[in-house]
Design a protein around this ligand. Structure first.
Ligand SMILES: Nc1ncnc2c1ncn2[C@@H]1O[C@H](COP(=O)(O)OP(=O)(O)OP(=O)(O)O)[C@@H](O)[C@H]1O
Ligand SMILES: [Mg+2]
Length: 281
């Protein structure tokens, strides 16, 4: 089993609930993720959310990104700008712009070409112009978008648009990146691209944290080091209460299943268990 230590919290969600027009969609969401430290390697965090359609994953994600104010509760993330030396950074309440967000219905700038959108994403990064140009072209190439760099979003395929949206967030270089169903609508090769991007993000800064959701449970198990199931809990009579919350947590680190290059029998067992937990909620 891989040795690791969990140190200070990098994400803390307390008693979160969201209602629309008096109707509660999610409630009582509590979880904490810590910085995972592995010897001799840079290791970010990858947190996966799964659950049936309509249980509130996207609603939770908009709150985590600071784009929606929860009805109740709080969300805190690391204040990396306030970090002193090698000390762990303090926590701060999340605000819009702190977290990179690729929404399920991502929107691209209609009047910017792909290349211009990347330039815009990097506007706050302190790098010489030529270095930025190199970095953008290198990423566009790796993501198979080089030949469409001067086209506008309406001239791209769905998968190309999705990769552009993800790449924009990667280049804008926040430590937290939230991806709402980053694999849907992608072909096998592009799924591989997103997986490589996950690894790249994870290994480029100790505090980098990817939060994603997917309906592909195998991918969730392959990529995440913690999985949360968002579902409807059962009341005392065994009936489903129709308000989403965290119904299961799987800590793949503690199970010895995180950071593996191949799926083992234990992973496949976990996939079955996660599927059961989703179906039951
Ligand atoms: N702006 C809104 N106003 C009212 N209800 C909303 C709003 N946005 C979402 N909902 C409702 O909240 C519930 C949760 O929606 P949400 O999009 O968070 O689910 P999800 O888990 O992301 O589903 P999926 O897997 O299909 O993407 C749904 O019943 C949805 O109809
Ligand atoms: Mg959703």
């Amino acid at each position: 089993m891989d040795y690791y230590e969990s140190t200070l919290p990098i994400l803390a969600v307390e008693n979160l609930s969201v209602s629309y027009d008096g109707k509660t969609i999610i409630q009582n969401i509590n979880f904490e993720e810590k910085d995972v430290v592995r010897p001799n390697c840079i290791q970010g965090q990858t947190i996966g959310f799964v659950g049936r359609s309509g249980r509130g994953k996207s609603t939770l994600f908009r709150c985590l990104a600071g784009l929606q104010q929860p009805t109740e509760g709080s969300i805190h993330i690391s204040d990396i700008a306030a970090q002193k030396g090698n000390e762990e950074p303090p926590l701060k309440a999340v605000a819009e712009g702190d977290v990179g967000f690729v929404s399920q219905n991502y929107v691209l700038f209609r009047h910017k070409t792909i290349y211009q959108a990347m330039q815009f994403a990097m506007r706050k990064i302190d790098l010489p112009k030529e270095e930025k140009r190199k970095k953008i072209l290198e990423h566009l190439k790796r993501w198979g978008l080089e030949h469409v760099k001067d086209q506008y979003p309406n001239e791209l395929s769905g998968g190309q648009r999705q990769r552009t949206a993800i790449l924009e967030q990667i280049l804008s270089s926040t430590n937290y990146i939230i991806l709402d169903e980053p694999f849907s609508g992608l072909d096998v090769g592009n799924i591989q691209n997103v997986i490589s991007a996950f690894n790249l993000i994870n290994q480029s800064h100790e505090l980098n944290t990817i939060i994603f959701c997917t309906h592909d449970i195998e991918l969730a198990v392959a990529l995440a080091d913690t999985i949360y199931v968002i579902g409807y809990p059962r009341n005392e009579d065994g009936k489903l209460e129709k308000i989403g919350t965290i119904v299961n947590k799987y800590d793949l680190k503690a199970m010895g299943l995180a950071w593996q290059s191949k799926l083992t029998e234990a992973h496949h067992q976990l996939i079955e268990n996660v599927k059961k937990a989703i179906l039951a909620s």
